[in-house]
Design a binder for this molecule. Structure first.
Ligand code: UDP
Ligand code: MG
Length: 313
């Protein structure tokens, strides 16, 4: 049985969301009045390097509500690192990570807590009726298909960063020492049971999406290299394939020259040796890169994010 008195930290990443802060908090306060499960809470805004009046807005709202905390990054690090900052600073019984643009209806907090009370430690929001552009949905679909094909860790369709994590899971994530993290997959990599709440999505009504197509592509490729070395292995296999083709073509030409007495002009032998060497080089680069990529990722001992200002701690 869970404790009767519990506290949640609601972690909200924000990047240039000056118009969304007030509507988000209004919706939250309305929800709080009706909520069956929300008790003690704090809201931790992670300002991911906003250049508009987002921080000013949060600071002024904090004056009216001391349950608001703020971490202001020195620059834009990305949602994943806002998640890291949340993980590093949460001390409540559990954390809920939710966007500021109200695309996820705020009542999902109640659904999350209800499940947490039933001893679920990791709960993801499953997006229903996701009103995202076709091209982005298609890209997301392809990414998950490819990721699941080549990685041992499996992602779910229609989930993202929005989730509830019990403090025991938060502690485990905090102690993972790798720098290059992709939380939706990393949380699944832990291997604990995951549960879901369905979440009917809203359209973003105020402001534009802050994560562009290129950013999403970069995140997808970084997620794949974080979780599997398969691309390097594929490169190695390509190298083996090319070398094999070159070797058999060489034998074929040699056989023709010996049996039919065809005079071998200079170019096929040069062509084949280039192909053969190229294939061999790909194999070597493939193997070496596998190690370099690992050392490179872990060797850069840079912090995940840098904080300019911390308020309310
Ligand atoms: N966000 C952030 N850093 C970024 C990009 C986005 O903190 O580099 C925040 C953003 O303010 C929002 C949440 O992350 O609260 C989700 O971003 P967005 O709505 O732009 O993404 P989408 O819903 O389009 O995937
Ligand atoms: Mg959004």
């Amino acid at each position: 049985m869970k404790k009767k008195n519990y506290k949640v930290t609601i972690v909200v990443p924000v990047l240039n969301e000056e118009e969304n802060i007030l509507p988000f908090l209004r919706k939250f306060y309305d929800f709080k009045k009706k909520s069956k499960h929300l008790k003690d809470y704090e809201i931790l805004f992670i300002d991911d390097g906003s250049t508009d009046n987002t921080l000013k807005k949060i600071k002024s709202l904090k004056l009216k509500n001391n349950k608001i905390k703020i971490i202001f990054f020195t620059k834009n690090f990305g949602v994943n690192f806002a998640f890291s900052a949340g993980v590093d600073h949460v001390k409540s019984d559990f954390m809920i990570f939710i966007d500021a643009d109200s695309q996820y209806p705020i009542k999902v907090i109640d659904d999350f807590i209800k499940k947490w009370k039933l001893n679920n430690k990791i709960i993801f929001a499953k997006r229903i009726d996701y009103k995202e552009k076709m091209i982005l949905r298609f890209m997301g679909f392809i990414f998950i298909k490819v990721f699941n094909k080549i990685s041992k860790t499996k992602l779910d369709f229609n989930t993202s960063y929005t989730c509830l994590l019990d403090i025991s899971i938060v502690h485990i994530l905090k102690n993972l020492r790798e720098k290059s993290k992709y939380y939706p997959a990393l949380i699944r990599w832990l291997g604990y049971e995951i549960s879901y709440v369905n979440c009917k999505m809203n359209k973003r009504s105020i402001g534009k999406s802050k994560i562009g197509m290129i950013q999403k592509l970069k995140e997808a490729s970084s997620a794949i290299t974080n979780f599997t070395t398969s691309p390097l292995k594929i490169l190695t296999l390509v190298g083996i394939g090319i070398s094999t083709i070159a070797m058999f073509s060489g034998l074929y030409i040699l056989f023709g020259a010996l049996t039919k007495g065809i005079s071998v002009p200079g170019y096929p032998s040069i062509f084949l040796s280039i192909l053969f060497m190229g294939g061999l080089q790909l194999i070597s680069i493939g193997i070496v890169s596998e190690y370099i990529a690992k050392i490179y990722d872990e060797g850069k001992k840079r912090p995940e994010y840098l904080i300019n200002e911390k308020i309310g701690f």
